[in-house]
Design a protein around this ligand. Sequence first.
Ligand code: SAH
Length: 398
Amino acid sequence: MQNGGVSRKDLRSLSPAELAERVKATGAPGYRSEQIFRWLHASGVDNWEDMTNVPPALRQALAAADCEAAASLVLDAEQVAADGTRKMRFRTSDGRSIESVLIPEERPEMLVRGTQAAAPGRREDEDEDEDGDGKKEKGWDKLTLCVSSQVGCALDCGFCATATLGFGRNLTAGEIVQQVYSATARAGRRPTNLVFMGMGEPMHNFEQVTKAFALLTHPWGAAFSPRRITVSTAGLVPKIAELGRLSPPPNLAISLNATTDEVRDRLMPINKKWPIAELLAAARAFPLGHGRKVTFEYVLLAGVNDSDADAERLPRLLRGLPSMVNIIPWNPFSGPQFQRPSAQRIRSFQEILRHRGMQTFIRTPRGDDIDAACGQLAARAPSPDLVTLRSPSVPVTS
Ligand code: SAH
């Protein structure tokens, strides 16, 4: 799939080696590209003038060669939900709209670990040392950014708002990383975790998504730990294997959403190509670091996939696979005839999983009052609540 209409000179789309080529083409020494890379990916700078240690002649030569230092996305609307979730709508240089969602996770004083009193959006494993740096993550520090990988989506999952947009185009690596840098500027701090769970199917845009992953984890750039980045897929089996060959790979999440092929075929047409058995075989083959798990998303739809029999089948399907299940009660949007199950049904479903020893978490809707929750992203913010043409520079490094 092509990336129609986007300037090929967006410097944030270039790997360090590609950037070095551009720099060398001006006759400047290669090490200058490291300085520029750091400005673009670590310092949050979006103009040539602020790159103070780069000689003016080199800046001018690159600008004259149409190398773009400006951000490839413009924040054109932002909404903040009652729970602090912040949805940002960005406009691309060819006039498309995409959305990213920042989800702060706070932990109230009286939180009891592993009970229903858990804070909204909190994962049971959040106190774990996710990036293996020896420091435990504190729940109240967690800031997750949900990034988009495509304009719209080509998959036709019946329960998802993004599907109603159809497919627009793939985002470039530069547009993907720019969501992170712009969100950092808006939040005034760097996200602790990145999830490819916004608009689009990341595995349909494999090349640019994995390039963005390399840029975001590069030591000269934002230097995210790969363990802090999760790529979610509806189930493109061959790409799961390819993702697993990255060293190290990101975390893997799979939107399972059903326990039989019959139901999954109906909900997610991609299942007809790669049915559950093949999908789970790919998940089993995915290389997991010490103590890591595959996350399974399970959107709970009343009367469709929420029966006791479903809850009993799920642990059998996942037996022997280090996994955790995120139960996502369906978030409504105008259109389909689905319903969110009752609170009682959701709890019963989770209890059955728990009794069978599964790690599960109910993802309480975050930001659903502004259509920022899972499956509600359709870039339709009514009118901009806030218009910002240029954000302040905030360093992206921790
Ligand atoms: N295409 C990828 C990335 C999108 S992630 C994937 O499918 O994994 C978006 C997540 O939200 C998926 O787990 C999806 O199953 C879930 N989702 C979609 N629509 C939803 C809705 N209306 N309510 C709750 N969750 C939904």
